[in-house]
Design a protein around this ligand. Structure first.
Ligand code: HXC
Length: 257
């Protein structure tokens, strides 16, 4: 596909999507989000891809929804034609999505990063929900996902004041899995995707489903789902292979696709 606002690239089993509107700090306009949805869908459907890496540039992952595009919008037009609805494309991806965040991840940029499954941060990353300074509030999950990730008091402080968090605080509070030097951000994210690519595809898909269910289901239902997924994997060749390889002290060779 031809894209104008993103770049896509395959590195081994990793499908890399780079947000590419550097002149606007990767502000997430309608066209960019439409292209992102298409690229995510294409990689999700490609059996050669094990995991997707979503990144920006050194200055910005994304500085939020496009304020120029939003400024003239009015209610009830915003309600009848919900411009945030297409953003949920990220949530429909069944393969792991790794956000590799350098620079600013603000507003909708922070929200898109939090829709991803694993967040890696460069040491210059800054996270924030500055919507309040524009007279609005987060609209793509910021109030919910940030609160679940870092707890009520810190989330309240950030959402109520727009204060940014640096990479060290993001790691300390559990928002990101790891902080790495800027130059190593993309290689680390691709290596993580590669590692996932060596594992059993159905086990990976079910692992993602199970962890995500922890955010949606009461504990009892989550445990039931986990148990069903766990037991169902004994129907795969990969379970036989994984356990045989361990017992024979060799590397497993899982099926792809
Ligand atoms: C449109 C943006 C933008 C944005 C930056 N730009 N962020 N354009 N929408 N969200 C543009 C600037 O207008 C400028 O364009 C260029 O990118 C460079 O930005 P500067 O401000 O000159 O850079 P700098 O001084 O380094 O400051 C960087 C920044 C600042 C701290 C990231 O740009 C900033 O505060 N941006 C807005 C952050 C924000 O409020 N995000 C939340 C948006 S609301 P020109 O043409 O002047 O060079 C939101 C709602 C989500 O996300 C709710 C549901 C999705």
């Amino acid at each position: 596909a031809e894209y104008e606002m993103i770049l896509t690239e395959v590195q081994g089993a990793a499908g890399v999507i780079r947000l590419n509107r550097p002149q606007a700090m990767n502000a997430l306009c309608d066209q960019l989000m439409d292209e992102l949805g298409q690229a995510l869908h294409a990689f999700d459907a490609d059996p050669a891809i094990a995991a997707i890496v979503l990144t920006g540039n050194d200055k910005a992952f994304a500085a939020g929804a496009d304020i120029r595009e939003m400024q003239p919008r009015s209610w009830p037009g915003t309600y009848l034609n919900d411009f945030i609805a297409p953003w949920e494309a990220v949530l429909g991806v069944r393969k792991p999505v790794i956000a590799a965040v350098a620079g600013f991840a603000l507003g909708g940029g922070c929200e898109v990063a939090m829709m991803c499954d694993i967040l890696l941060a460069a040491d210059n990353a800054r996270f924030g929900q500055p919507e309040i300074k524009l007279g609005i509030v987060p609209g793509a999950g910021g109030s919910q996902r940030l609160t679940r990730a870092i707890g009520k008091s810190k989330a309240m402080e950030m959402v109520l004041t727009g204060r940014m968090m640096d990479a060290a605080e993001a790691e300390r509070t559990g928002l990101v899995a790891r902080v790495v030097p800027l130059a190593e951000l993309l290689p680390e994210a691709v290596a993580l995707a590669q590692k996932i690519g060596e594992l059993s595809p159905p086990a990976v898909a079910m692992a993602k489903e199970a962890v995500n269910a922890a955010f949606e289901l009461p504990l009892r239902e989550g445990l039931r789902l986990e148990r069903r997924l766990f037991l169902s994997l004994f129907g795969t060749e990969d379970q036989k292979e994984g356990m045989a390889a361990f017992n024979e002290k060799r590397k497993p060779s899982f099926r792809r696709g």
